[in-house]
Design a protein around this ligand. Structure first.
Ligand code: NDP
Length: 292
């Protein structure tokens, strides 16, 4: 069984970014990422802080805008419009979820698709479906694909089962795996909460991507011998023994599933670090594509 290490592959992606950033700087351009946070959700604040730090470590121009929870839709639209027009900013990300009074879909649509490094704008969703390489693909599924490719897992002709159909993970993951070319060409089944007899489907899978949001959901009985399992889940479960009182676990019951697998990602230490690495890669790509 191979343990696929997210931090190791993320390091590789970041090293590639560093090389590309140096080349861009030699041309007089520094890629810039703006991360906008509305409100004071502690988890979102921590994400934004780590994105900002990663940018700075890499030598990217980083702008972190922390707006109060009382920010109106119009005020947020104005911030986005300003960032769209700012030539020093190549990537814009509005941290999800915003406060309830904000229409998130309208904000996503207001971001210039050429700066939409999250890949959530309808233009980028369409580009993914069209297999247009100028589009931006959401960072988490892009990271999962990279993990598979780096581990030498052949997706061509494989039966891949994606559990989850969200716009952030499941749907773009399925589109990536079914696209033509390296890291794609798989036969893809997408399962969700209305799927009948999930186990019968996952037991047929060569590759399983679990993006469900339920701790330890995928059990040994769901997986065939020799399968490859990518665990996207990040779930907080109580852990009275730990200092924080909780720990993070995936959607896969790792201890019982791992022995059956050809390869598997752990949680933590799997997909998580890839998401931020691919965000950096998307920002570099946005900068490169902005040049004449
Ligand atoms: P969503 O809640 O948006 O989607 C979950 C999906 O799982 C839905 O499609 C849902 O089906 C499906 N589902 C729920 N219960 C079942 C079930 N019993 N059987 C089959 N399918 C089920 O979550 P996200 O896609 O945003 O995230 C999924 C997980 O990935 C979460 O744990 C999240 O924390 C994690 N995540 C991790 C990231 C990382 O960087 N590693 C980044 C993003 C997410 P239905 O559509 O029918 O409701």
């Amino acid at each position: 069984m191979t343990l696929i290490s997210g931090p190791q592959v993320a390091e590789k992606v970041l090293a590639e970014c560093q090389r590309d950033i140096a080349a861009l700087k030699a041309r007089g351009v520094t890629p810039g990422l703006a991360v906008v946070l509305v409100g004071d959700d502690p988890a979102s604040r921590a994400y934004v802080r780590s994105k900002d730090k990663k940018c700075r470590d890499l030598g990217l121009h980083s702008v972190k805008l922390e707006l109060p929870a009382t920010t109106t839709q119009q005020e947020l639209m104005d911030v986005v419009a300003k960032l769209n027009a700012d030539p020093a900013i190549h990537g814009i990300l509005v941290q999800s979820p915003p406060p309830k009074h904000i229409d998130e879909a309208a904000i996503v649509r207001a971001i210039d698709p050429a700066k939409d490094v999250d890949g959530f704008h309808p233009v980028n969703v369409a580009k993914l479906a069209l297999e247009d390489p100028t589009g931006f693909v959401p960072c988490t599924p892009l990271g999962c694909q990279r993990l598979l490719m780096d581990a030498g897992i052949e997706t061509k002709g494989a039966h891949a089962v994606v559990i989850g159909r969200s716009m952030i993970v499941g749907k773009p993951m399925a589109m990536l795996l079914m696209a033509k070319g390296p890291g794609g060409d798989a036969t893809v089944t997408v399962a969700h909460s209305r799927t009948r007899d999930l186990g019968a489907i996952t037991r047929e899978a060569d590759i399983i991507i679990a993006a469900i949001g339920r701790p330890h959901f995928l059990k040994a009985e769901h997986v065939k011998e020799g399968a490859v399992v990518i665990d996207v889940g990040i779930n907080r479960v109580e852990d009275p023994g730990s200092e924080k009182g909780y720990k993070l676990v995936g959607d896969v019951a790792f201890d019982e599933v791992a022995p059956k697998c050809r390869a598997i990602t752990p949680v933590p230490g799997g997909v998580g670090p890839m998401t931020i690495a691919m965000l950096m890669a998307n920002t570099v790509k946005a900068c490169q594509q902005s040049l004449p």
